[in-house]
Design a binder for this molecule. Structure first.
Ligand code: FES
Length: 133
């Protein structure tokens, strides 16, 4: 970082430090935040998951929703790509299928912000595998 010569430089430095601190706080307590995983295997990307993820990241920021958005590999629901797993603090993870921008908007507005269930939930199969061990 260069020398601080003006008030604007000082403000810029303060903003940078604040965003770094926020990022560190978020990464230390991800369970306190909405966590969103977007399946990003090759065929997910071909089905539009990158556009879905970019839309989700942009919209969460615009709507001031604190969330951690990460990429993951195939979640095993290839028939319903793009697939997105959403975990709201205190609730079980839910996987949504066929998540285009319209569905992503609905998930953010109705499920994440208001706690309403929305159509497009895929029954998760990994729990039954875990429970049989
Ligand atoms: S490879 Fe895309 S969800 Fe399985």
């Amino acid at each position: 970082m260069g020398k601080i010569k003006t008030l604007a430089d000082l403000r810029k430095m303060r903003e940078k430090l604040k965003s770094e601190t926020d990022l560190r706080d978020k990464s230390e307590h991800p369970e306190d935040m909405v966590q969103i995983k977007v399946a990003m295997a090759t065929c997910c990307i071909a089905s539009g998951s990158r556009e879905t993820m970019n839309y989700i990241v942009d919209e969460l920021e615009k709507r001031n929703v604190d969330a951690v958005v990460t990429q993951t590999g195939c979640m095993g629901y290839c028939y319903a790509e793009p697939t997105v797993e959403v975990t709201v603090p205190g609730k079980e993870p839910i996987v949504f299928g066929y998540v285009d921008e319209k569905k992503a908007n609905e998930i953010i507005e109705r499920y994440i912000k208001n706690g309403e269930l929305v159509e497009g939930i895929i029954p998760m199969n990994y729990r039954s595998i875990e429970e049989t061990k």
